[in-house]
Design a binder for this molecule. Structure first.
Ligand code: WTA
Length: 656
């Protein structure tokens, strides 16, 4: 880590104390950190008590055969019962569980916990009738409609692990997942609404089923929700309408308790090789982790809060912080079907205003695109109900953090920057909004119960003020149990690098500032080496975004004969900056030089209209590297909008 990198970091010295009212009434107090450290297993056992167990565990953690963990050994519970029925039994059946907001304006529906219980029971009965048994895998490929949540919970209720595949994925991606986990059934919809128009899903399922068949795996049943009413192909041996089956099924269903280590779901995520990894999460530990963190990190008051997480249920954030955490905690939440700017740019802010959302959880990429549109849009709405703001998915640039806190949170709602992964199952590193002060750009410290460290190549903890690799040093309940069907890859990917110390290798670079607070820099493969200096793509992006004319920036390291790698930047200008003026490139280079130092000065800066992003909003640096290294642009099939690369390439040949 270069000295310049660190000194730039230390220049970010803004601090935000927890608001007094939040602090006074905080769910967890400062003492929780020490208490958890004193007896970690007792602390986690206390968190597991938030759930209803049909049979209590007799051992908190079995770590006799690392890295294969068992949590709450011998305990039995039902995840769906915990997320739904027990709230009804506690007399809260009339409380709204889900304020669903469809993308077409006025297409909305509220589901109470009682209604959720009825629908989950119906769907569970239907799945059983269709031949799905405990242990069978069920794929879910759906838009953001209440039935998606119902489908997940119905699977959990009968102990059939689900694998939710993001609705924006192609039929190929779906097929490879169907084959890998040998899904017995698929739950889908005819389509969903995106950007004001119906967008089909069922045809991709038909194709994926055919592809899976040709690879030797037959899906037995496809359960189809009618959402858009568009025409669909129908195979009467396989396809079943949701409204004709679930809609007619009995609302009586007795949930069976499963072993704490019973598989709850498989979530596929991309790794360093082409084949996606099926991350396996089990029941007791995962539910404990997601419920506890949702309560602690957002300082949740389940009786009064209205919570909204904008993720898609096709990602881990949707699993842990739309379905399992919030529902286990019995909160009222918002579920929104569509895109942030449909039919108008203020759509999200209008939802917050109308439904009086108090806790809001979104991603930096969304925040930056709102910054680009300007403050006038959110300023038109009354968002005074907001009291906690969350960020997840990538490092949040200090400028975006401050904008989020100021424009959306009105300097009253603290921002919690939450670091975690599909593999960790729940939030690992984050400030607690009523306890820990915030620093723009820092995820701060591990939450009580979690132990993280930043280490050298050899596994030694780095001193404050230095950078290295982020590791988790102790097991935690919601940790992944393995990669589906591939224990070796599980050991190899996460546990081999620091096998001697027994650390979990997260694959992220991080630094500790002088106070020991953590700054996650991004994937280690996004760290560049320029003339022997390590530079973070994120850090240079932050520097660029701190320039008043820049809305968004992506940086890649391109091969360079002189320096090994050179910094190449792609920037989107703010609307009000127009074309930036003829000296814009020189101006930005000078700015980066000033912010970080000469070593970070981009060799090349391209002003572009858009950046290539995956459907989950991650910038595809691989494609930008192709442009920076003058190669033919590689596979663009996972881009949300594949025409973006044409725009960028034409800009380049036009000399932009
Ligand atoms: C990145 C999403 C910095 C990180 C929950 C991690 C973050 C990867 C943050 C996991 C954050 C997530 N600050 N980086 N607050 N949150 N990341 O599996 O590189 O989709 O390894 O899980 O996202 O992405 P995943």
């Amino acid at each position: 880590m270069s000295d310049q990198t660190l000194s730039n970091l230390l220049k970010e010295d803004r601090r935000f104390e927890p608001p007094a009212d939040l602090a006074a009434d905080a769910n967890l107090k400062e003492e929780a950190y020490e208490r958890a450290r004193g007896d970690r297993e007792a602390f986690w056992a206390e968190q597991a008590e938030r759930l209803s167990w049909e049979q209590p565990w007799d051992r908190v953690l079995d770590w006799d055969d690392p890295p294969f963990a068992k949590w709450f050994v011998g305990g039995r519970l039902n995840a769906a019962y915990n997320c739904v029925d027990r709230h009804v039994e506690a007399g809260r059946g009339d409380q709204v569980a889900i304020h669903w907001v469809g993308e077409p304006v006025d297409d909305a529906r509220d589901l109470t916990y009682q209604q959720l219980q009825d629908e989950v029971s119906q769907a569970a009965n239907t799945l059983t009738e269709l031949g799905v048994q405990t242990g069978d895998r069920v794929a879910i490929y759906m838009p953001m409609i209440p039935e998606a949540v119902v489908a997940m919970l119905a699977c959990a209720r009968i102990g059939a692990p689900h694998t939710v595949v993001f609705g924006g994925f192609s039929s190929d991606a779906l097929a490879s997942r169907l084959v890998d986990c040998e899904a017995k059934a698929v739950i889908t919809a005819d389509g969903g609404y995106r950007r004001g128009a119906p967008s089909a899903l069922k045809p991709a399922v038909d194709e994926a089923r055919a592809k899976a068949s040709s690879q030797g795996h037959d899906v037995a049943k496809v359960l189809v929700v009618q959402r858009t009413g568009q025409d669909v192909e129908w195979d009467a041996d396989v396809d079943v309408w949701w409204h004709e089956s679930v809609g007619q099924a009995s609302t009586e269903h007795t949930p069976e308790a499963f072993d704490s280590e019973h598989p709850l779901f498989v979530m596929y995520t991309s790794g360093t090789t082409g084949k996606p990894k099926g991350i396996l999460h089990t029941t007791g530990g995962y539910l404990t982790g997601s419920a506890y963190t949702h309560w602690a990190v957002f300082d949740l008051k389940p009786e009064t809060d209205v919570y909204w997480c904008t993720a898609d249920i096709g990602w881990i954030t949707g699993h842990s912080y739309i379905v399992y955490g919030p529902l286990a905690n019995g909160v009222t939440q918002v579920l929104y079907e569509g895109t942030p700017d449909s039919p108008e740019r203020g759509r999200w802010w209008k939802i917050i205003q109308d439904l009086k959302v108090s806790i809001f959880y979104t991603a930096p990429t969304a925040i930056r695109s709102f910054m680009k549109q300007g403050q006038e849009i959110p300023d038109q709405f009354d968002m005074s109900s907001l009291r906690v703001l969350g960020s997840v998915g990538e490092p949040i640039n200090p400028e975006a953090y401050v904008w989020y806190r100021h424009v959306i949170g009105k300097d009253k709602a603290p921002v919690v920057d939450t670091w975690w992964q599909t593999e960790t199952g729940s939030i690992m590193i984050s400030p607690l909004p009523g306890v820990t002060h915030g620093k723009p750009g820092s995820a701060m410290i591990p939450i009580p119960g979690v132990e993280a460290e930043v280490v050298t190549e050899e596994g030694e903890a780095v001193p404050n003020g230095s950078g290295g690799y982020l590791v988790l040093t102790e097991p935690w309940p919601s940790m992944l149990r393995t990669i589906w069907g591939d224990d070796n890859r599980f050991k190899e990917t996460y546990w081999s690098r620091y096998a001697k110390q027994g650390f979990y290798f997260a694959g992220d670079g991080a630094k500790k500032d002088d106070d020991g607070d953590l700054w996650v820099l991004g994937r280690v493969d996004d760290v560049m080496n320029v003339s022997g200096h390590r530079l973070s793509t994120t850090e240079i992006e932050s520097a660029l975004v701190s320039h008043p004319k820049v809305a968004e920036a992506a940086v890649v390291g391109a091969k360079d004969e002189d320096t090994g790698q050179a910094v190449c930047a792609f920037v989107i200008l703010r609307d009000e900056a127009g074309d930036g003026g003829e000296d814009i490139v020189a101006e930005l280079r000078t700015h980066v030089r000033k912010e970080i130092g000469p070593i970070a000065t981009p060799r090349q800066i391209m002003v572009v209209p858009e950046l290539p992003k995956t459907r989950s909003g991650k910038i595809m640096r691989r494609l930008l590297r192709d442009v920076a290294e003058n190669r033919e642009v590689g596979d663009v099939t996972t881009l949300a909008d594949s025409s973006v690369m044409d725009l960028i390439s034409s800009k380049q040949s036009g000399g932009g």
